[in-house]
Write a protein that binds this ligand. Structure first.
Ligand SMILES: [Zn+2]
Length: 305
């Protein structure tokens, strides 16, 4: 009899603690998983301490050729929200979502809406063929992405709404500053063209600021450029007395160096920003910082045709 009453007491205390935990909002953090680094930064900027945000892409990996491991699928199976880029950047994604079979996990396709956004800004529609997946390299579109993340996070955790809104507004202001900084800096730039020994990741950025990207690779760095293309770009570089050939982080600088040596130019890095190196992760280099470093490098290598 005594033992029974004791266990009842224990249970009651347990119930009291449970109810207190609910009242004082001691709850599990929102678990958000993203495929690439910019989306991780945007989500973390919105949720702050109330969420755990992680990125599937390990440091140093190149997104176009990376494939998830079983441990990534386990991580995804515990997520409340999965934010991916879409537009074909993660070709493995649909199979994984189907095999996870978690209809209640929320998902956000970052590139969905880019076509409309782009058309709304008076740019030529890319109605045919593949849509350029590098949507995070348009800093106005990024602000729309932050709002879309905010909406989903508020839906998942309405109690944190006020904080989420403040944090989202602060981060969007930083993106707007970045956009303005690009606009101002590039307005007075002597040239508009840059030669990029990487893949055509900077199409949206170039279009936004009136630049011309001449890249060696196409929308993905998986197919090597043809010798004819190498020769054409080298000729162009020589004729225009080009001082800088850009290479891409996570893509071999070999071809950029070949052209640079040929025409007596130097090479400088550009960061597409989908990922960071292990050292950049340790040093907590932000997406915004990567983009400012890009601008500084760009300003050294713009060509007037
Ligand atoms: Zn890319």
């Amino acid at each position: 009899m005594k033992i029974k009453r004791f266990s009842y007491l224990i249970k009651s205390i347990g119930m009291v603690f449970l109810s207190l935990a609910c009242v004082f909002g001691v709850q599990a953090k929102l678990r958000i998983v993203t495929s690439i680094f910019p989306l991780e930064e945007f989500a973390a900027a919105v949720v702050g301490e109330r969420g755990d945000v992680s990125c599937l892409l390990p440091p140093g990996a190149e997104i176009h050729s990376w494939k998830p491991r079983p441990s990534d699928i386990v991580r995804l199976s515990g997520a409340d929200l999965f934010i991916y880029n879409g537009a074909g950047l993660e070709p493995w994604m649909e199979d994984i979502l189907r095999s996870l079979n978690r209809p209640r996990m929320k998902t956000l396709d970052a590139a969905a809406g880019m076509r409309e956004f782009h058309a709304g800004h008076g740019h030529e529609g890319h109605g045919h063929g593949d849509i350029d997946p590098h949507v995070w390299l348009d800093f106005e579109y990024d602000q729309i992405l932050v709002d879309r993340i905010l909406d989903l996070v508020v839906e998942l955790d309405p109690q944190g709404a006020d904080g989420y809104r403040l944090r989202a507004a602060a981060y969007k202001a930083e993106l707007a500053d970045l956009d303005e900084f690009y606009r101002e800096s590039l307005k007075s730039a002597r040239g508009k063209t840059f030669i990029f020994g990487g893949h055509a990741a900077f199409g949206y950025l170039a279009e936004r600021y009136g630049l011309r990207q001449m890249s060696l690779y196409g929308l993905s760095p998986n197919a090597r450029p043809k010798p004819k293309q190498m020769a054409g770009i080298t000729d162009f570089a020589r004729k225009n007395n080009v001082k800088v050939i850009f290479f891409e982080q996570f893509v071999s600088p070999e071809l950029a160096r070949v052209i640079a040596d040929e025409v007596g130019a130097e090479i400088r890095v550009l960061y597409p920003g989908a990922n960071r190196t292990a050292a950049q992760v340790r040093e907590r280099v932000s997406f915004l910082q990567l983009m400012r470093m890009n601008l500084e490098n760009l300003c050294h290598g713009l060509i007037r045709e």
